[in-house]
Design a protein around this ligand. Structure first.
Ligand code: DUC
Ligand code: ZN
Ligand code: ZN
Length: 461
């Protein structure tokens, strides 16, 4: 399969220029002005941006959670990804009781096998940090191709500081990285117990039980653990202004700390929890949506470079029958999570670039270039000869009104329902093959299920 894309505006992390791109055998072969390769498909991309496919650094496909399952599996989740311009997914792989990291990896890979439309990799999520698991980190980095590991500081499967110290030290030895969900468990428990006694268990108490300071405290502590060990620390889903201040403090001191945020913390805010008829349950996620000042601070964090990546924390649960049934009278029982994989690129463009909050270059940097570098995806993340032809032809003029009915995520609502979007992924290529096409009023999946590959990643540090 060969492809010639003519006259598009190629966007990199620091510039943009008009040129043609020639693609052959899944790779970008050449970039130049007036290329005259003979190709099976020739596209005129005048007036459109040529972007590297987005890499979603944070998804929870098929994840068992709070008595149910995240509703997107590899098939529906990767179709949605392709339609949103996400050409590679980094999915969490939570270790089950008694499993080695290898067993967990093989279990999750088997769910993906033959079912995936875009490429993917896995972050082992360590819940049983026994000695033999800590020893396995070396092999996971050098053989399995999974150099990023996740731990939680809250929930039943949390780990304590002594484990975090060991994991930071061990991952660092082989150039790996520790990803941390940073929220202080005891602060959350204190508020949960207080609100229970006061019979304050309606939805607005969900954000009150997990205040900004619970994130900031955990984050400042884990940053110090990274400082002590010299380890490579990655903060997942940074959500608050106070948390960002801790990231800045640590980074300015020379700590190896990388921060990721999510569209929901940039765009939505805690007023959503007051929506009538239990609708606030749609936004119950952890960390919760924050105050408006936090959202503005996070955009500034992207502009200043303290925030390096954006992931979606895609973890959808239906509203009807799941969110509105579990925990009707108790916010603590509402499955935490929301859909996001398909709306990532359109939202960051429409709410970020089109509104002047970030530049097109900054968008490419946080959605693709940085993510590929940080996570060791050496063939992905930019429009350059030799890289995989994961390409989005992005039309900045297309208008789209968000409705869950027009999206592919397997869930019955969308947190951004009714948003007017400007600019959409018009045509999406996964390793040189068309996977999605905007037609009439929506993006259609035209790719191939099963084409997505597990990508072995390399350590980046
Ligand atoms: N937070 C969520 O909202 N869902 C999945 C896991 C998490 O940490
Ligand atoms: Zn998390
Ligand atoms: Zn998550």
């Amino acid at each position: 399969m060969s492809l010639l894309i003519k006259n598009g505006l190629i966007v990199t992390s620091d510039t943009q220029y008009k040129a043609d791109i020639y693609v052959e055998q899944e790779k970008i072969k050449a970039i130049g002005v007036n290329l005259n390769f003979k190709a099976e498909e020739v596209i005129d991309a005048s007036g459109k941006y040529i972007l590297p496919g987005a890499i979603d650094s944070h998804t929870h496909l098929c994840m068992p959670y709070m008595g149910t399952y995240a509703k997107d599996d590899y098939k529906t989740g990767s179709i949605a990804a392709a339609c949103g311009g996400v050409t590679c997914i980094l999915d969490f792989n939570t270790q089950r009781n008694g499993e080695t990291l290898y067993e967990a990896l093989e279990r999750k890979k088997s769910l993906a096998k033959g079912n995936t439309a875009v490429d993917f990799s896995l972050h082992p999520s360590i819940t049983e940090p026994k000695d033999k698991i800590i020893k396995e980190i070396k092999t996971a980095i050098t053989d399995y191709g999974t150099p990023s590991f996740k731990v939680y500081m809250t929930y039943d499967f949390r780990v304590d500081d002594s484990v975090i110290l060991k994991l930071l030290a061990e991952t660092k030895k082989y150039g790996g990285m520790l990803q941390v969900h940073a929220e202080n468990f005891n602060i959350i428990e204190y508020f949960n117990n207080t609100f229970e006694k006061q019979k304050k268990l309606s939805i607005p108490y969900h954000p009150k039980s997990r205040p900004n300071i619970a994130e900031a405290e955990a984050l400042s502590r884990v940053a110090k653990l990274a400082e002590i060990t010299g380890g490579n620390l990655y903060i997942v889903h940074l959500s608050s202004k106070e948390g960002l201040e801790e990231v800045k403090r640590a980074k300015d001191k020379g700590v190896n700390i990388i921060a990721e945020t999510c569209p929901q913390y940039l765009i939505l805010d805690e007023s959503r929890y007051f929506e009538p008829e239990f609708n606030g349950a749609k936004y119950v996620m952890s960390p919760p949506l924050r105050d408006k000042q936090s959202g503005e601070a996070l955009w500034e964090g992207i502009r200043s470079g303290y925030i390096s990546t954006i992931g979606t924390d895609h973890c959808p649960f239906d509203f009807n029958g799941i969110k509105d049934m579990f925990g009707k009278n108790d916010y603590r029982k509402i499955p935490n999570g929301a859909p996001g994989i398909e709306t990532l690129m359109m939202l960051i463009h429409s709410e970020g670039v089109a509104k002047g909050k970030i530049t097109l270059q900054q968008m490419v940097k946080i959605l693709s270039v940085n993510t590929a570098k940080i996570f060791g995806l050496k063939n992905k993340g930019s429009i350059c000869p030799g890289k995989d032809a994961d390409i989005v032809i992005f039309n900045p003029k297309i208008k789209f009104n968000i409705s869950y009915k027009k999206l592919h995520m397997n869930v019955d609502y969308n947190p951004y329902e009714g948003f007017d979007i400007i600019g959409m992924p018009e045509t999406v290529y996964v390793r040189g093959k068309k996977a999605a096409q905007f037609k009439n009023d929506r993006v259609e999946f035209v790719g191939e299920i099963g084409r997505g590959r597990f990508i072995k990643r390399e350590p980046s540090f």
